[in-house]
Design a protein around this ligand. Structure first.
Ligand code: AMP
Length: 279
């Protein structure tokens, strides 16, 4: 597997991969890879001839009091996992390559980025959209794969690709979970043993609420019950538990298809997100 850190070498390598009409799938990540990321890689191998993975901990999507400095980084381990999984090229630019001095252009995400994680993390989705647009231009993939774990992010990327006429397909990959239901996340590494044990309450409450709503229970009551169960399970606070239109992300007071239950909650210093389909 080639590990590439500058744009000219990247362009040459991608051009070589594409020779003979071969297709390229891009899987953007921030590293600290787990089976969720690797499931995206496997999807990439199914849909394209070559898989390019990017690892870049993007400073512009972290708020000033967030975990940019503490975010887990272990490129050697990540590279070994990717090589084992048949990835041909790892794109691992440093911050100075991604944002050279004087970098001053960014993408602003309007309505889709306003609520949910966007409300709790101002500027987050502008940072995500900007770096993903740059990754699309740098790698020029035929398809890019994102996890449904970050449902709002996936909706925003799909919209951005449409709005800005990126000529590639965006695919969503199902959420990979631990056996007790907790969605895999690089941030699970922050959890103490007790917090990790308690964290199962989060997917448990969401799954129960999604099932209740699908079978006709009152939406407001179901959301309130889920919030209470998350806090009773050991979480310190709930950022949001909401029923949303799965595509437009509009909040729904009554269930109509396609709907998605979206949530974020905090346990200790860790903020976890998750979502479930409804019906
Ligand atoms: P991250 O490194 O956390 O920025 O995630 C990189 C990509 O992996 C994003 O598209 C995420 O949605 C996806 N991802 C992260 N966790 C999971 C998971 N548990 N299941 C599926 N995809 C995931």
């Amino acid at each position: 597997m080639q590990i590439i850190r500058d744009i000219a070498t990247l362009h040459r390598a991608v051009t070589a991969l594409k020779q003979g009409g071969k297709s390229v799938a891009l899987v953007p990540t921030m590293g600290a890879l787990h089976d969720g990321h690797l499931s995206l890689v496997r999807m990439g191998r199914r849909v394209a001839d070559h898989v390019v993975v990017s690892i870049f901990v993007n400073p512009t999507q972290f708020g000033p009091n967030e975990d940019y400095a503490a975010y887990p980084r272990d490129e050697a381990r990540d590279a070994a996992l990717l090589a084992q999984d048949g990835v041909g090229l790892l794109w691992a630019p440093d911050v100075g390559i991604m944002y050279p001095a004087g970098h001053s252009t960014h993408i602003e995400v309007a309505e889709l980025g306003a609520d949910y994680c966007g409300a709790a993390r101002p500027g987050h989705f502008d940072g995500v959209a900007t770096v993903v647009a740059k990754l699309f231009n740098q790698v020029r993939p035929d398809v890019a794969i994102f996890g449904e774990k970050d449902w709002q992010q996936l909706a925003i990327i799909r919209r951005m690709a449409r709005d800005l006429d990126f000529a590639l397909d965006i695919l969503g990959a199902p959420i990979a979970r631990d056996p007790d239901g907790l969605a895999l996340s690089s941030r699970n590494a922050y959890l103490t043993q007790d917090q990790r044990a308690a964290a199962t309450a989060f997917p448990g409450a969401l799954k129960a609420a999604a099932a209740a709503i699908a079978s006709g229970a009152d939406v407001g009551e179901s959301l309130a019950k889920a919030e209470a169960a998350i806090v009773a399970g050991g979480f310190d606070s709930v950022d949001y538990v909401a029923l949303a239109d799965a595509n437009s992300l509009e909040r729904l007071a009554a269930c109509r298809a396609p709907a998605r239950l979206l949530a974020a909650a905090r346990i200790g210093k860790t903020r976890l997100i998750d979502n479930y389909p409804v019906g």
